[in-house]
Ligand binder design. Structure first.
Ligand SMILES: Nc1ncnc2c1ncn2[C@@H]1O[C@H](COP(=O)(O)OP(=O)(O)O)[C@@H](O)[C@H]1O
Ligand SMILES: [Mg+2]
Length: 379
């Protein structure tokens, strides 16, 4: 049976921001699908539509083989919000986990309590039982929010960037949990730009482009090999490919282990030769390097194979790359400053001064990157 059949679905937010443009796909019961795409391409909006929280402006949608939603179909679907605060409203974690079983599922107190216990055990959050959801860390909140989804035992999970904000071990555990749900026959649709998890959590991936349309569909491994598509969807950027002669030893979803290695970015990177060499674990810089791990053998680089790219192709890529470089550069500049302050607090004054200088240099580089961005936008 098909859980969702979407035909030409479009949606624009109230202020006229286009979020979805002619989306068509269908998802069968028990399927695990990743929705990939960069920030702003429409993933969250799509999940809201799949949960029935937003109505498409145009197009046709069937849910469990019926036109549109019924109360019954809506109750079978549970959405993990990207922002956990949007999900949590009770006074304690315990109440939060009891709400769904009691009020949405109509279970008795005892059965609901059992369910809440089970979910806490599954997520390892027993110690949070009496805490206020509002006073939890982002990662803890995310787990509780996921707990509220699990506690109603839905058939369909819509997960909006479920790994974001989780520490590396929790990310691995979450991926394992999704894999277990998948094995148990649940339908799981995960919006993410976390490429290194998609092979573990999905059988199929749908890539959305920055034009809010479906760019491509396919098996996760197959998609990961399509370098140009990932580049144009803004899911990778070029400096990933400078992993010459270097082998990744990490698991698919062992996040950030690669930061231990020296990365040897090519000279084209905007981070500067030293800055890019070895990132600290603190610095989330995940979305590009994972690709290197998956594309073992390095055949996605396209480097050295085939003719030199056309100048229009170079310009097209630069249009994607420059904003990314600028974004990363300012991210790095902020990180240097944060660490300068930490070093200062630790009494390492000279180091703190130097880090501040590095940060300031990074900010200067921003001005140049912005200038280059303007040039390319005007070209
Ligand atoms: N509540 C909102 N009001 C207005 N525009 C929005 C709102 N939510 C999202 N958008 C816009 O819709 C587009 C898609 O956003 P979203 O679905 O959140 O993307 P993603 O989840 O892929 O990052 C973006 O251009 C975003 O700025
Ligand atoms: Mg989103």
């Amino acid at each position: 049976m098909k859980v969702f059949e979407l035909q030409d679905i479009s949606y624009a937010h109230k202020n006229g921001h286009k979020a979805l443009d002619g989306i068509s796909f269908s998802i069968g019961q028990g399927e695990a699908v990743s929705i990939l795409g960069s920030n702003g391409c429409g993933k969250s909006t799509l999940l809201y539509i799949l949960q029935g929280l937003l109505m498409p402006a145009s197009g046709r949608m069937r849910v469990f083989s019926e036109d549109g939603f019924s109360d019954g179909s809506r109750a079978r679907i549970s959405l993990l919000f990207q922002n956990s605060q949007a999900q949590l409203f009770s006074l304690s974690v315990w109440d939060e986990l009891m709400f769904g079983p009691l009020h949405l599922r109509g279970m008795g107190m005892e059965a609901a309590g059992q369910r809440a216990e089970e979910v806490m055990g599954l997520l390892g959050i027993e110690r949070l039982r009496d805490r206020s959801p509002w006073q939890l860390s982002g990662g803890e909140m995310k787990k509780v929010a996921l707990g509220t989804c699990l506690s109603t035992n839905p058939d369909v999970f819509l997960l909006d960037e479920p790994t974001s904000g989780l520490d590396p071990r929790s990310q691995v555990e979450l991926v394992e949990l999704i894999a277990a749900l998948k094995k148990a026959g649940k339908t799981i649709i995960t919006a993410t730009h976390d490429l290194h998890i998609i092979a573990d959590i999905s059988d199929r991936a749908i890539v959305m482009g920055e034009n809010h349309r479906v760019l491509l569909e396919g098996g996760p491994q197959e998609l990961l090999r399509k370098h140009d598509m990932l580049l144009s969807a803004n899911l990778i950027h070029e400096h990933v490919h400078a992993h010459d002669g270097y082998e990744h030893g990490h698991t698919h979803y062992g996040p950030h282990e690669h930061h231990e290695h020296a990365h040897g970015h090519g000279p084209e990177t905007a981070h500067g030769p030293e800055a890019g060499r070895s990132h600290g674990n603190e610095h989330a810089h995940e979305h590009e390097h994972e690709i290197g791990g998956h594309a073992a053998g390095g055949d996605i680089t396209g480097r050295g194979a085939g003719p030199e790219p056309q100048s229009s192709e170079i310009m097209r890529k630069l249009k994607v790359l420059l904003p990314h470089w600028a974004e990363h550069n300012s991210e790095h500049a902020r990180t240097y400053m944060e660490w300068a302050q930490k070093a200062e607090a630790a009494g390492a004054e000279e180091l703190a001064r130097t880090l501040k200088e590095i940060s300031k240099e990074g900010e200067k580089l921003n001005a140049l990157l912005e200038k280059a961005k303007k040039v390319i936008e005007g070209s």
